[in-house]
Design a protein around this ligand. Structure first.
Ligand code: NAD
Length: 485
């Protein structure tokens, strides 16, 4: 049974409604996720607020001992956690394990908070006056996360928040709550004091209650752009810090000097890995010049036709299902819209899948993609490779920069000068040079710009300490009492 975790205990949701949790590989119902209420949020936030008053006084080096213990528990449970990710999300076992391990790296990095959180000091800012600036925890933070990485994305935030001395309320995606249920069992086992970590299951009512609760100091959100914008606007209008990571449209550019075999294999993996349900998934490959475009068409089509789809738990599977029948239909509709607008199909992933009980699509390859087509503008979130030909490198860069999204982009080249020009001129904040999924490691920051990110301070890395702390400055002058010394 899916429950909330509040003040160190498992409690029933007060919500009367629930949604089915579905295994996307066969559409069988696994469980029900309760849709919590603002009362659940209030209870969780009050618990977190009361825990904050003592947790903030625990020395940082002692706070991270809970994270060290929790990290060992995660490592012991990688296989079970990965299985839950596959069960409720559909990723292959390899992808699921990779995502759990990425989460563990976040905990690892947050264990360095005693160094990361250190402040600054300066003697004699004026004669006889000294100044110290310290980073202080602020109180209760909340995290609202998407369905596509049930284990990993929550770790982008809470280990850093809690290590800094804050307390936390997490709202998992109501579509994939099983993995977090297990992770919170491990949080409980690690022995964090009651109220430091809380979880409320639910949907919009829970999100809006977190965004408006007077005792929540800040919100970390990951999800689609319209909801990211909503959370940013609602949260900031209620005086909160918000970092809201939204959707994406990721372009990849192939220059004629690229190592073509490697470039095509890397680009394809970027686009169809996790069935395309990644915010860093490539989408449109822009090849510079006709010959390059033809080579990419030929290689990618050959590689994509070798992909085996199936249940992610089957080791033979290269690509799992999409999250829901609605997601599959949406991707099919986008493919059709491209064809209606003049794209040519090199491989039709809609064929030979409808007899399967899960939400499967095979990789689709479309060519003749132009920037004004709907499929070149909207996030697909499915295994669809869009190929377009451009006449120059500058044309490719201008297409990338005309997109309202700016999450990531990749260049395939062997030229350092081209790589430098690309990094310098493109808008997206996460750039790959011969890397298909340029996901920053835990000790760097993660997040895009334009409509892919609302806020100032991005996820994880040393800079996230700025999000989870307030800088307090003390300026001091001590007058000498000559009667003592
Ligand atoms: P989503 O926006 O539907 O849901 C995200 C969260 O918001 C969930 O917890 C959900 O319960 C909540 N939510 C949904 N509708 C809401 C509403 N109307 N009001 C308040 N809360 C609401 O996103 P999703 O479908 O779960 O995830 C896929 C999206 O997430 C894609 O667009 C993907 O690009 C994006 N994403 C972005 C990043 C990034 O780093 N930028 C990472 C992962 C996923």
């Amino acid at each position: 049974m899916i429950r909330n975790f509040i003040h160190g205990e498992w409690v029933n949701s007060t919500g009367k409604k629930s949604v089915d949790i579905i295994n996307p590989a066969n559409n069988k119902v696994l469980e029900q996720c309760p849709l919590g209420t603002s009362d659940d949020v209030d209870r969780a936030v009050e618990s977190a607020q009361s825990a904050f008053l003592t947790w903030r006084q625990v020395p940082a080096q002692e706070r991270v001992q809970y994270l060290f213990k929790f990290k060992s528990l995660l490592e012991e449970n990688v296989t079970e956690l990965a299985k839950l990710v596959t069960l409720e999300n559909g990723k292959t076992t390899v992808e699921a394990k990779g995502s759990v391990n990425r989460g563990i790296q976040m905990v690892d990095t947050a264990c360095g908070i005693p160094s990361l959180m250190m402040g600054q000091g300066f003697e004699d800012i004026a004669a006889g006056i000294d100044c110290i600036a310290i980073k202080r925890p602020m109180g209760v933070f909340a995290g609202i996360v998407p369905f596509n990485f049930p284990a990993m994305v929550p770790f982008w935030f809470w280990p850093f928040a809690v290590a800094c001395g804050n307390t936390f309320v997490l709202k998992p995606s109501e579509r994939v709550p099983l993995t977090q249920q297990k992770i919170f069992e491990l949080i409980q086992k690690a022995g964090f004091p009651p109220g430091v970590m809380n979880m409320v299951q639910g949907g919009k009512e829970v999100v809006d209650a977190l965004c408006t609760h007077p005792k929540v100091q800040g919100l970390s959100f990951v999800g689609s752009t319209p909801v990211a914008k909503h959370v940013y606007e609602l949260g900031t209008s209620h005086g909160k810090r918000v970092q809201a990571l939204g959707g994406a449209k990721n372009f990849m550019v192939v220059l004629p000097d690229a190592l073509m075999d490697k470039a095509c294999a890397t680009a394809l993996e970027s686009i169809i890995g996790c069935a395309g349900e990644r915010c860093l998934a490539g989408s449109v490959i822009l090849s510079v010049g006709h010959k390059t475009h033809q080579e990419v068409e030929e290689r990618i089509t050959r590689l994509a036709s070798e992909i085996t789809i199936g249940d992610g738990l089957d080791p033979k599977t290269n690509m799992g299902p999409l999250i829901s029948p609605q997601a599959k239909q949406r991707v099919k509709d986008l493919i059709q819209s491209a064809i209606d607008e003049g794209a040519k199909v090199l491989l039709d992933g809609r064929q030979n899948v409808d007899h399967l009980s899960g939400n499967f699509l095979r990789p689709t390859i479309l060519t003749g993609i132009r920037p004004e087509m709907k499929i070149a503008q909207e996030e697909v979130f499915g295994p669809v490779v869009c190929l377009g030909e451009v006449q120059s490198f500058d044309e490719a860069i201008s297409i990338i920069n005309n997109s309202p999204y700016a999450n990531t982009t990749t260049l395939f080249t062997t030229s350092g000068a081209a790589a430098r020009k690309f990094s310098y001129e493109v808008d997206p904040s996460m750039i790959g040079i011969n890397i298909g999924v340029p996901a920053p490691m835990a000790f760097f920051s993660f997040g895009g710009s334009k409509h892919s990110f609302y806020g100032d301070i991005k996820a994880h890395g040393a800079s996230s300490v700025g999000f989870f702390t307030d800088t307090k400055v003390t300026i001091q002058r001590w007058m000498k009492d000559s009667s003592i010394w």
